[in-house]
Design a binder for this molecule. Structure first.
Ligand code: GAP
Length: 445
C-alpha cells in the first residue's frame, strides 16, 4: 500500500459513483465531498451496521436524532469555545497559506513548506464553524454548527432517562453530521470540514468506568474486524496524558493503516463526569441521576465510542480494494490488464445483485427486467445492458457487487439464469423461480 494506491482509490471512487469532490462544477470546496449513488448506499450500509451492532442488539442503548444547531451556551459548557477545541496555526507571511503547526516537520516550523516564506508565530485557531440565526448578524445571533454529535446527547440526557425509564448502565447513540473548520483538510475524506459521526455515550457509575472502557474498546475493535477489515491493518493507540482532549480522563484511538500511514478512525474516551457536570452548571438544570435501589444520587461517568462514518467508509473501501494482475475475467479482451475488485463484506456491498442481459434482444431484455424487478423487492439491484458482458462484470467487480445474474438465450428456453460469484468467480445455473431463495441463502451465509 502506498500513496499511489490512494490516487487509484480516489479515481475509482469518482469514476464509479462512490465519492465526488464537493461543489465540483464550481472548482470544488476544500474539505467537502459528496457521496454519489453507489457511495450513498455504501455509507448507508456502514451506518446501518453500526446501528445494528450498537442499538438494535442492545436492550439498554437507545438512539436520538438531535439538531445540528444548538443553543450557543452548549459549546461554552462543553469547552469547545475555549482553548480545548483549537488547533495550532501558523501562516506564511509571503503566500498566506495556513498550516497546522503540529503537522509541520521541525524544519518546516520556521519556513513555509510550499514557498519557503517565513511563518508567523503559532496562534490557537478555534475549529467551531460559526453561523448566525435570524435576520441580524451580530454577536447576539451567533451560534455554531455542532463540532461533535456528542453534545446533542447530553442536552437530552434527562429527557431520555425519564421518557425511556433508562437505568444505569445504559447508552444513548446518535449518527449525524458534525462540522469543524479544519486548518488543513486532506487525505480525501479522511479530514473534512463537514463529516459524519456515529457516537454512543454509555452512562455508568464511576466505580465501573474502567471496566466499561475496556469492554467498549474491545467491542468497537471487533466491529471493524467482523465487517471484513484485516486485523493486521488495525491497532489501538492509547493517548499520552499530554494529548488527552479537555474532557477526557482516558482515551484510546482505533487506528487503521491507510496508504498514508496509521491514523485514527475511532476514539474511545472516558469522559468522566465533565460533560454532565458542566451542563448542570451552565443550564441550571440538575443532571444528576438517582439510583432507585441504593438511593445514591450522582453525576454518571461517560464512556464514549466515537466513530467517523466517513473514515470508516474509507477504511472499508481501502481494505476491500484488490488489484488482480493479468485480469480475472477471461471474457474480456484486455486479459493482460490489471483488474480491480472491491471485496466488500456482503452486508456492506452497495449493490447486492447486478442483472445483466447477454444481448439487447427484446426477449432477453424483457426477461432480465422481470428478474431485476423480482429481486428489487429484497435488495439494491443494478440493471445493466450497456457494453460487452466482460466489461459489465468488471464494472460490478469495481463496485464490489457480490452477485451478477446473467440472462442469456438459453434462459428463454430453460428459464434458468447464470449467477456469478464475485469472489470465487464460480458460475451456477439457477432456475428463475428459485433465484430469490438461492440468493437469500447466499446472503445469509
Ligand atoms: N465526541 C468525541 C469526538 O468528537 P474526535 O476524536 O474529535 O472525538 C471522533 O472525533 C471521530 O470523528 C474521529 O475518530 C473521526 O473518525 C471522526 N472525525 C473527526 N474529525 C474529522 C474530520 N475532520 N473529518 C472526518 N472525520 C472526522
Amino acid at each position: 500500500m502506498n500513496e499511489n494506491i490512494m490516487e487509484k482509490i480516489v479515481s475509482l471512487c469518482k469514476r464509479r459513483g462512490f465519492i465526488f469532490p464537493g461543489s465540483e462544477i464550481y472548482g470544488g470546496l476544500a474539505g467537502t465531498y459528496d457521496y454519489g449513488p453507489v457511495g450513498s448506499h455504501l455509507k448507508q450500509n456502514v451506518r446501518d451496521q453500526w446501528r445494528y451492532t450498537m442499538t438494535h442488539m442492545h436492550d439498554n442503548i437507545v438512539e436520538v436524532d438531535a439538531s445540528i444547531l444548538m443553543e450557543r451556551k452548549v459549546w461554552d459548557a462543553s469547552g469547545h469555545t475555549s482553548a480545548g477545541f483549537t488547533d495550532p496555526l501558523q501562516e506564511c507571511k509571503k503566500c498566506h497559506k495556513r498550516w497546522r503547526a503540529d503537522h509541520l516537520t521541525e524544519e518546516g516550523k520556521t519556513k513555509c513548506p510550499e514557498c519557503g516564506g517565513a511563518l508567523t508565530e503559532t496562534k490557537r485557531f478555534n475549529l467551531l464553524v460559526k453561523t448566525h440565526l435570524g435576520p441580524v448578524e451580530d454577536d447576539s445571533t451567533l451560534t455554531y454548527l455542532r463540532g461533535e454529535t456528542t453534545q446533542g446527547i447530553y442536552v437530552n440526557f434527562a429527557s431520555v432517562v425519564e421518557t425511556m425509564r433508562m437505568r444505569i448502565p445504559f447508552g444513548i447513540a446518535q449518527v449525524g453530521k458534525a462540522f469543524r473548520n479544519e486548518i488543513t483538510p486532506g487525505h480525501f475524506t479522511y479530514r473534512m470540514r463537514e463529516f459524519e459521526q456515529m457516537e454512543m455515550q454509555f452512562f455508568v457509575h464511576h466505580s465501573e468506568a474502567d471496566k466499561w472502557f475496556v469492554y467498549w474498546r474491545q467491542e468497537r475493535m471487533k466491529w471493524y474486524v467482523d465487517l471484513g477489515i484485516n486485523p493486521d491493518h488495525l491497532r489501538f493507540r492509547p493517548h499520552e496524558k499530554s494529548e488527552l482532549a479537555h474532557y477526557a480522563k482516558a482515551a484510546e484511538d482505533i487506528e487503521y493503516l491507510f496508504p498514508f500511514g496509521w491514523h485514527e478512525i475511532e476514539g474511545i474516551h472516558n469522559r468522566g463526569d465533565w460533560d454532565l457536570s458542566r451542563h448542570s452548571q451552565f443550564s441550571g438544570q440538575d443532571l444528576s441521576y438517582q439510583d432507585e435501589k441504593t438511593g445514591e444520587k450522582f453525576i454518571p461517568y461517560i464512556i464514549e465510542t466515537s466513530a467517523g462514518a466517513d473514515r470508516a467508509t474509507l477504511a472499508f473501501i481501502i481494505d476491500a480494494y484488490e488489484e488482480v494482475e493479468g485480469g480475472r475475467t477471461t471474457t474480456t479482451k484486455s486479459v493482460k490488464e490489471i483488474e480491480t475488485v472491491l471485496r466488500f463484506d456482503r452486508r456492506l456491498a452497495p449493490i447486492k445483485v447486478a442483472v445483466l442481459p447477454l444481448s439487447k434482444k427484446d426477449a432477453l431484455i424483457a426477461l432480465a427486467q422481470d428478474v431485476a424487478q423480482m429481486l428489487r423487492k429484497n435488495w439494491i439491484i443494478q440493471y445493466d445492458e450497456a457494453g460487452s458482458i466482460g466489461r459489465r462484470y468488471r464494472r460490478q467487480d469495481e463496485i464490489g457487487t457480490p452477485y451478477c445474474v446473467t440472462v442469456d438465450f438459453e434462459s428463454l428456453e430453460d428459464k434458468k439464469v447464470t449467477v456469478r460469484d464475485r469472489d470465487t468467480m464460480k458460475q451456477e445455473r439457477v432456475v428463475v423461480a428459485e433465484l430469490k431463495q438461492y440468493l437469500q441463502e447466499k446472503f445469509s451465509l
